[in-house]
Ligand binder design. Structure first.
Ligand code: SAM
Ligand code: SF4
Length: 339
């Protein structure tokens, strides 16, 4: 089918999709307790999209009106030769923002290349400031390396760096204020993400260890006054600002991502592509379209790929459902999803 002009990506609820989150790998050098099980099996490499296929696919999305792409994973920076994908994406006409979510472990040696390639915003995950606990939560990570990575990203001139923290009851719920203090000291925004019930991570019952945004705000309020901000990042984060009386010198934003306690689906502007090329229309639903099959069946055919993506929009659900009768219903792990 020859298709010269396709309309932008609009779903049946009138939402325009202009944001793609692309998982470049399901692998990771960490095994965070809320994201993976300890003995993860990763996808065989031939099942992953190649970096060239990822670029082709990204180009299709950009031609359909996507102007923002976030690379995620797994840990995006552990994929071999990912720098070549990043620098090619940085050159795509029509892409306004190239973003990255990372655990920070590779930033010490990769930050300058990322800045040179045009990565404008980086989210760095950090859940604890105690070295032993950091290693316990990530099962393999070293806090020192991530702290050096944060410094390197700042030194490389990446304009917007945000910290992301998942608070798990009994593991790091006493570090909420220290994490805010750290963000203030570094002059960085921080978002707290409610733990989502993605995949089977073992015996822990996540409904009991999940700490809601409301609880986290209450804890922050014991140390700081915070007020809702009207600013938005066109994402699920609801932002607050500290008001007066703090010693950090900068006025950072504190974001709350509350997939469990606050439904943000009515303004959803995003889709995800997994590292094996499944187009996920929603984080909290299993329906997907196999774009890898299209790319491999019709190599180089941009029109067919774009048509498939446009048609997939009809399957974007109205909202996410993480629980069904109190049972988690999404079987994908977060690293498979591209968090
Ligand atoms: N490896 C990178 C990192 O850790 O930032 C990128 C991928 S990770 C899946 C993206 C984000 O998802 C991280 O901030 C992580 O804390 C968060 N995450 C992972 N599993 C989660 C879960 N079950 N619930 C909520 N957030 C989760
Ligand atoms: Fe790896 Fe990120 Fe998942 Fe942690 S949250 S295991 S760093 S993908």
């Amino acid at each position: 089918m020859l298709q010269t002009e396709l309309s932008p990506l609009i779903d049946k609820f009138g939402r325009t999709v202009n944001y793609l989150r692309l998982s470049v790998t399901d692998r990771c050098d960490f095994r965070c307790v809320y994201c993976m099980s300890e003995d993860m099996t990763f996808l065989p490499r031939q099942q992953l999209l190649t970096l060239e296929e990822m670029l082709f696919l990204s180009q299709a999305f950009v031609e359909l009106g996507v102007n923002k792409i976030r690379l995620t994973g797994g840990e995006p920076l552990v994929r071999k030769n990912v720098q070549s994908l990043i620098s090619n994406l940085g050159k795509l006409d029509g892409l306004d923002e190239l973003l990255l979510t990372t655990n920070g472990s590779q930033l010490e040696h990769m930050s300058s290349q990322l800045a040179d390639a045009g990565v404008s915003r980086i989210n760095i995950s950090i859940d604890s400031l105690c070295p032993e606990r950091f290693t316990a939560i990530t099962r393999t990570g070293k806090l020192e390396k991530v702290l050096k990575g944060i410094e390197a990203a700042q030194a490389a001139g990446i304009k917007r760096i945000k910290l992301n923290s998942v608070i798990v009851r009994g593991k790091n719920d006493d570090e909420i204020v220290p994490l805010v203090n750290f963000a203030l000291e570094k002059g960085l925004d921080i978002s707290f993400i409610e733990e989502m019930p993605m995949g089977d991570i073992g015996s822990r019952d996540r409904q009991h260890t999940m700490v809601t945004s409301e609880e986290i705000r209450a804890v922050i309020n014991t140390a700081y006054s915070i007020l809702p901000s009207t600013e938005t990042s066109a994402g699920p984060s609801r932002y607050y600002r500290l008001t007066g009386g703090h010693s950090g010198g900068s006025n950072i934003r504190i974001g709350f991502i509350s997939p469990n306690s606050h439904n943000f689906c009515d303004t959803c502007n995003r889709v995800r592509v997994t590292s094996e090329g499944r187009l996920l229309l929603c984080l909290g639903n299993e329906n997907s379209v196999d774009l890898k099959a299209v790319i491999r069946r019709y190599p180089g055919d941009m029109d067919i790929l774009k048509t498939t993506i446009v048609e997939a929009m009809a399957h974007k659900p109205e909202r996410h459902y993480f629980y069904d009768d109190d049972k988690p219903q999404v079987v994908r792990m977060m690293n498979m999803t591209g968090g």
